[in-house]
Design a binder for this molecule. Structure first.
Ligand code: FAD
Length: 306
């Protein structure tokens, strides 16, 4: 039996560490338990090629795109904790099998010019497409940065004023939010290379033939507006900076500490039991890996408690 924590956080991926960072800065006593040997979860690197542990391949995330606009880098002072980034320009390039290419520059007009080299009509369309994507970012970004179920007043007013400002784009915005990425790319553009560039970017967010996945094209607006932000030292460097920041603000991190059970008492999660038998008690448990796994870990026979 150990001390009582305000929060026991399962998983030292970036969401677990973000929760720990904000809670510990608010004066809460927090512990983060991680089954792996290092922090970062899907933003860690080094596990994919065991023969080259320092090889900078991350399982999923590659850049700070959305993190940049979220305020987390500033709030947790990650630069002071060693985070440095670079912005290659162009950030991405699409290479078509016939030898042609399109570069995605920070400046969307320059990107449109690059597309126009191979298809003038698509170059012009990209400018119009970006107008819609910019509107989508203005409307969608604030809600992504807030608690989606309970958006605060400031977020709601930002969202509503962006929606009103962009009302003339309503039909295009609705079509893009509902359509598949492939459908939308084919409706807006003609050249196979332009269509493939769009599908390639959307594929990073999910299958391009899923309804609603065209909303992933907001990534274009984010890339042009905020840049991509590649952390020097791969995303592991981002995770390490978070770990350093949250440790400084008082959070504990336990590595090689798989949670074997989330303890449910009186209808609420009240702690965890680690696979080595240690029990960590908390007023609350924040579980950050997939919900299915966590329901499976809850105390047997009481897992009907949400
Ligand atoms: C293809 C792809 C590309 C992406 N690209 C980007 C990108 O460029 N930029 C970006 O910001 N995001 C990107 N993302 C999203 C990003 O990688 C994830 O959203 C993010 O890493 C999830 O963080 P998390 O903390 O929620 O979960 P995870 O990183 O999965 O963390 C969960 C942690 O819990 C631990 N854990 C699980 N079970 C237990 C247990 N029983 N006991 C203790 N610990 C446990 C795991 O080991 C892990 O460390 C991408 C995602 C995908 C799929």
């Amino acid at each position: 039996m150990t001390d009582l924590y305000d929060a026991v956080i399962v998983g030292a991926g970036h969401n677990g560490m973000a929760a720990a960072g904000y809670l510990s800065r608010a004066g809460k006593k927090v512990v983060v338990v991680e089954r792996m040997a290092k922090v970062g979860g899907m933003t860690s690197s080094g596990y994919m090629i065991p023969e080259a542990p320092d090889y900078m391949v991350t399982p999923c995330a590659v850049e700070l795109l959305f993190a940049r606009g979220s305020g987390i880098i500033e709030d947790l002072e990650l630069t002071r904790h060693g985070l440095t980034t670079i912005d290659p320009d162009p950030s991405y390039a699409y290479l078509h099998p016939d030898g042609q290419s399109i570069a995605l520059f920070r400046d969307y007009k320059r990107t449109a010019d690059d597309i126009a080299r191979i298809h003038p009509g698509d170059g012009k369309q990209y400018l119009k497409f970006m107008e819609v994507m910019d509107a989508m970012m203005d409307i969608g970004f604030p809600i992504m940065m807030a608690e989606p179920g309970r958006p605060d007043f400031k977020t709601l007013s930002k969202l509503i004023s962006s929606a009103v400002r962009n009302v003339k784009l309503k039909d295009q915005l609705i079509a893009i939010s509902k359509g598949t990425a492939d459908q939308v790319a084919c409706e807006w553009f003609e050249h196979p290379a332009t269509i493939a560039l769009l599908n390639g970017i959307a594929a990073g967010a999910g299958p391009v033939d899923d309804d609603g996945n065209a909303a992933a094209y907001m990534i274009f607006a984010v890339t042009h507006r905020l840049g991509t932000g590649k952390p020097v030292g791969s995303l592991q460097a981002f995770a390490n900076a978070m770990a350093s920041s949250i440790t400084e603000s008082g959070a504990e991190i336990l590595l090689n500490a798989p949670v074997a059970e989330i303890l449910i008492e009186d209808g609420a999660a009240k702690g965890v039991r680690l696979s080595d038998g240690r029990v960590l008690r908390g007023k609350t448990v924040i579980a950050t890996s997939d919900p299915g796994r966590h329901f499976a870990l809850t105390t047997p026979a009481r897992s009907n408690v949400a």
